[in-house]
Design a protein around this ligand. Structure first.
Ligand code: GCW
Length: 713
């Protein structure tokens, strides 16, 4: 015991730094204490030679200097002169270097990079190159990651390219700087002081994105304000685009469908009206005159009150193609969202996007992508994959993940989302036989798509640490890494992130990585086990609200989703119910329809199941449900313990931030467990199993809680 204590204290003093506000994200570039490693890196990097004069190449050089100075110490350059590190794009490299690279360039795409080492003219060479300067910058960040994560750089032969073309963040940021579903402060876009005041944070944002391969940003909320398209705001957008451009990042805007009326003075926004068509053509031209590499428009139409083509008896194809025509001359794209549900179809909200969009397959213009949320309802802790994936072979489908945690404890709960993304990407749609995973739909390989894309709804705000909780920086990071390569493993990404953000010490990495990998399961357990969904409180979605039944639209009420009654609980979406399973390939539908083959985690998503139904483990549904809620709480407790044990390895500031947030998460996990079990018990009429802690309050108490100023609305 004493020995342990002494070790703890010694470690505390050796390893700890005290203040780190997390602003530097995963680009900490901490000094490498291991001398052997440091001299290996020093020997290889003491002579940097850049080729090319673009801003991007200058940024690459600056980044290398910053990173190497930080990790190797400022005097590192004098270490050796028989090595050289060369970087520049293909057209700027000398012939003897190109000869050494052979036909490597045929193996990468325009954004890809090569990192390779060889011996030439008495010198060890490391060459970082690509077809474009953006590719070189990605290569430089990857090279730095090698050092950050303390991998050997003795022999390098890396060729890597993004598998998805459009890799964007979607900011749900409003012009008044509030952020819809944002839990990390206000918007980082200071619209009022733009375009003249360029907050250095814009550069840091671009740099962080470039380091993980994100190449686009949609600046404003999908619940759009047409003012963003006025000259006054386009000035500001242009200023941001200029900051982002050298980092390989394009700007996109959301287009409010009724903008021709609101800011164009027209009487209609009918996509067939000549003046409307003309207005969008001119507006688009105006944008491209300012921003020649503008990416295009993201549109939420005829969804949750947003205007759209259906207001004029036109359809999604009419609307999307009209905007696509305006963008076509400039190679811009339309990202048309499929998140639609109508109050007039009360049978099953989960079916609506598929029913509305799949019949249009093949009718969209070539520069339209349909952007689909990962699951058929709305970013729940667990959802089966969206049935549209794989069902529209002639249309590029973009994935939309939510990085911000609208339904997952907002920014207080430490949840590692790439685990959830990985599960969705690996889901098998069976649309072209076994192995037709969602990842293959998204990267275009399943249907040979030319245009591919992925979007993540950002969790970034103006909090000092960007994401409100240092642990949630991993979700921004992991999203970027998966957008680049949707086949990466969430666990490997977690390891890279931990090493780059906190420490390379195994005694830190192993337990924390293990903890991160359990978090998505934990949140499902303490909020919505066995396929329960959308039982959050109304509006802000903060905390439990399975009892809510008084909202005007049926599908806004949690009772619509869980359908608890004295017989059982769950939404029957099989052929005896809403038939939603029929929207999946037969193999998948069969698995979901059958109580014997469906996984426990999807059970109540697809079936109404009796409270005393015996599940695979032999226990009743009710007992299992109660035990799962308890397990979720226990998992958070375990997370707290893990975190307390790694204290010596983390600076005081981030250690304490995360510790306090985990305590909130624990308190809220218990709140979820108690409120949900008390509520469902009214229907099951069955006692709680012995090992489940007794609720601390009454159901009345939980129902009386209200949070009028919960953030993110
Ligand atoms: O998840 C729901 C949110 C809305 C959001 C909408 C959407 C931007 O509650 O806040 O609106 O989805 O994705 O359009």
């Amino acid at each position: 015991m004493l020995k342990k204590l002494v070790l703890f204290v010694v470690l505390l003093f050796c390893l700890k730094s005290f203040a780190n506000d997390g602003y530097k994200l995963w680009l900490q570039y901490d000094y490498i204490k291991n001398e052997n490693l440091r001299s290996e890196y020093q020997a290889a990097t003491s002579n940097l030679m850049s080729f090319g004069t673009s801003e991007t190449i200058k940024i690459a050089l600056k980044e290398l200097e910053l990173g190497l100075n930080g990790m190797l110490g400022s005097g590192y350059k004098s270490a050796s002169n028989n090595s050289v590190l060369i970087f520049g794009n293909k057209t700027n490299l000398s012939d003897d270097i190109l000869q050494k690279l052979g036909n490597s360039f045929t193996e990468i795409n325009d954004e890809g990079y090569i990192i390779t080492s060889f011996f030439l003219k008495e010198k060890n060479h490391i060459v970082i190159s690509g077809k474009t300067d953006a590719g070189v910058l990605y290569g430089v960040f990857n090279f730095l990651k090698h050092i950050q994560t303390q991998k050997s750089i003795k022999t390098l032969n890396i060729k890597d390219s993004p598998k998805i073309d459009i890799r964007v963040l979607n900011h749900w940021d409003n012009l008044d700087r509030t952020v819809e579903r944002g839990y990390s402060g206000f918007s980082i876009w200071d619209w009022h002081r733009l375009p003249d005041y360029l907050d250095p944070r814009y550069t840091d944002y671009a740099r962080a994105n470039a380091s993980i391969g994100i190449n686009g940003t949609v600046l404003n909320n999908v619940n759009a304000n047409a003012l963003i398209l006025t000259p006054q705001y386009l000035d500001k957008v242009e200023a941001l685009a200029n900051v982002f451009r050298p980092y390989g990042i394009k700007v996109y805007l959301t287009a409010r469908f009724s903008a021709p009326i609101e800011i164009g003075g027209l009487e209609t926004a009918d996509p067939y009206n000549k003046d409307v068509i003309q207005w969008w053509a001119e507006k688009t031209k105006e944008i491209y005159e300012r921003i020649p590499d503008f990416g295009g428009y993201l549109v939420k139409a005829n969804s949750e009150g947003q205007p759209g083509p259906q207001n004029y008896d036109r359809n999604h194809v009419d609307g999307a193609n009209m905007l696509a025509t305006a963008l076509e001359p400039y190679n811009g794209v339309v990202m048309w969202r499929a998140f639609v549900y109508s109050e007039h179809d009360v049978t099953d909200r989960a079916k609506q996007a598929y029913s509305e969009f799949v019949p249009y397959d093949g009718q969209f213009k070539d520069n339209v992508l349909v952007q689909v949320k990962n699951g058929p309802i709305d970013f729940q802790p667990h959802e089966p994959f969206h049935p549209m994936f794989g069902a529209m072979p002639k249309t590029p489908l973009m994935m939309e993940f939510q990085i911000t945690q609208e339904y997952l404890g907002q920014s207080t709960h430490s949840i590692y989302l790439p685990k959830q993304y990985e599960e969705i990407l690996n889901s098998d749609t069976y649309r072209k036989g076994k192995g037709s995973t969602v990842a293959k739909v998204i990267d275009g390989s399943l249907h040979d798509k030319k245009l591919t894309g992925i979007a993540g709804v950002s969790n970034i705000g103006n909090d000092m640490n960007w994401t409100g909780n240092p642990m949630l920086q991993a979700n921004w990071y992991g999203y970027g890494r998966l957008a680049w390569n949707p086949y990466l493993s969430a666990e490997d990404i977690a390891e890279d992130w931990l090493r780059s953000t906190f420490s390379n010490d195994k005694r830190f990495i192993e337990p924390v990585k293990k903890m991160m990998m359990t978090t998505t399961e934990a949140v499902v357990n303490y909020m919505t086990p066995f396929g329960l969904h959308h039982i959050m409180a109304t509006g802000h979605h903060y905390g439990p609200g399975p009892w809510v039944s008084n909202l005007s639209r049926p599908e806004w009420n949690p009772v619509y989703y869980h359908k608890a009654d004295s017989l059982g609980v769950g939404f029957d979406r099989t052929p005896t119910g809403s038939h939603a399973t029929e929207q999946y390939a037969p193999e998948v539908a069969k698995k979901f329809n059958d109580l014997k083959s469906i996984s426990d985690e999807d059970l109540l998503w697809f079936h109404h199941v009796a409270w005393d139904y015996k599940m695979k483990n032999g226990k009743t549904l009710w007992n299992n449900m109660a035990l799962k809620y308890q397990e979720g709480v226990d998992q958070v407790k375990q997370m707290m313990e893990t975190w307390e044990n790694i204290e010596p390895f983390v600076d005081e500031q981030r250690y304490n931030n995360i510790k306090m947030l985990l305590e909130i998460q624990y308190k809220e996990a218990k709140w979820w467990r108690d409120a949900c079990l008390l509520y469902f018990q009214e229907y099951s009429n069955m006692p709680l199993p012995e090992s489940v802690e007794k609720p601390s309050q009454t159901l009345d108490y939980f129902q009386s809680l209200s949070f009028p100023f919960a953030p993110g609305n």
